[in-house]
Design a protein around this ligand. Structure first.
Ligand SMILES: [Zn+2]
Length: 374
């Protein structure tokens, strides 16, 4: 049985420990103690040194030789303001006193994982090999996950406990993204005396834009020019214009093609007008797309059933550590832990969600072990 009081106490202890990105030392030491006490092999990697932080990713392994390997992961860092968090429990909800964030993002995930392992230890049920990863600097752009040597642990399934939504929410789709600037460079000239000596960068850009695919391109793909900046004076032929561009697709291939087509348009049009362009559009982290018949989705669905919650598969526009592990070739899924209004001083979590998510993690471990022995 999940021990609700113990779970809440542990969660409260952790949110009280300030852990801004790159300064996760204190929460990491707390986590190391907890995992060590539970009999896990605990390691800290070199991620901290690589990214200029004071803490590495914390990895705890509960062996189960010959069994499937499951990563359970949550991040230790939080956004600001996170000093002096005073959690308040009111009507079944845990929140801050309104002057700071709560830090349930993502200490709720860590609390769920630790409590689930405590239950496992008490009930002594059959379990897969468990790889607990408490990552650093997620909020700065998934830096901890990027620097984790995931190949060393090679999980069969990875569950990242780091989404809003109730227990049962599974993020099965996140977009591949690209963003940046496209700079069109023309030539300045006096607009009244010798306009023919100039090349108006905006005119060139306008011609290109009429040829670009923008807006909703297909059910999976979008693109946008969100900002335009350029010009020096009303009487100068505009020498340069910067377009801020972004594109997203649930298909990595489609995004690739779109970026290529966009570049081709600028190449052709700028050539035609005797202008130049600089393409500073960069691909962000990769998205992922889990199909409903994949094992990771099926075991999660089964675990939801055993927990008595409905499985809700969703897509999201944001990224999490799952994106990095997927990019490295592992099946990873972000799941809901009930955190609400994250990154604000109104952040809160319902105790019931904290409790149900832990039950779901326990069921997930049981389900994977059972599936494994079939
Ligand atoms: Zn988070």
């Amino acid at each position: 049985m999940v021990n609700k009081e113990r779970l809440i106490d542990n969660f409260i202890n952790m949110v009280k420990i300030a852990s801004p990105s790159l300064n996760e030392r204190k929460i990491a030491d707390y986590v190391i103690n907890e995992l060590t006490a539970l009999g896990l092999e605990v390691y800290e990697d070199e991620a901290g040194k690589k990214i200029g932080g004071n803490t590495g990713n914390i990895i705890g392994i509960l062996r189960s030789p010959g069994k499937k390997k499951v990563m359970l992961s949550a991040h230790m860092d939080t956004v600001l303001p996170c000093e002096n968090i005073k959690p308040v429990i009111e009507d079944g909800v845990i929140k801050s006193d309104g002057t700071t964030i709560l830090g349930g993002d993502d200490k709720a995930g860590i609390a769920n994982i630790i409590e689930a392992i405590k239950v496992l230890k008490e009930q002594k049920f059959d379990h897969p090999e468990i790889i607990v990863v408490c990552s650093v600097a997620e909020e700065l752009g998934l830096l901890g996950a990027k620097n984790l040597d995931v190949d060393k642990y090679a999980p069969d399934y990875s569950f990242i406990l780091d989404s809003g939504g109730k227990a049962g929410v599974a993020i099965v789709q996140t977009p591949f993204t690209a963003r940046g600037e496209i700079v069109v460079i023309g030539k300045s000239a006096h607009a009244g005396i010798s306009p023919e000596k100039g090349v108006n960068a905006l005119t060139v850009a306008a011609h290109a834009i009429t040829k670009l695919k923008l807006g909703r391109i297909d059910s999976e793909t979008t693109a946008n020019i969100g900002m335009v900046r350029g010009g020096e004076a009303i009487n100068i032929v505009m020498p340069e214009v910067t377009l801020k561009y972004e594109a997203r697709s649930f298909s990595g291939e489609k995004l690739e093609t779109l970026l290529k087509e966009t570049e081709d348009v600028f190449k052709a049009i700028t050539k035609k007008f005797g202008a130049k362009y600089i393409d500073k559009v960069d691909k962000g982290y990769s998205g992922y797309n889990l199909k409903s018949d994949e094992d990771i989705v099926k075991v999660f669905e089964k675990a939801c059933e055993s927990t008595g919650v409905s499985c809700v598969t969703k897509s999201t526009g944001g990224g999490s550590d799952s994106n990095i592990y997927s990019e490295k070739g592992y099946k990873a899924m972000t799941i809901g832990v009930g955190m609400s209004k994250v990154h604000t001083t109104e952040e809160y979590i319902e105790i019931e969600d904290l409790y149900t998510t832990t039950k779901l993690v326990v069921e997930l471990l049981k389900e994977i072990a059972e599936n494994d022995s079939k």
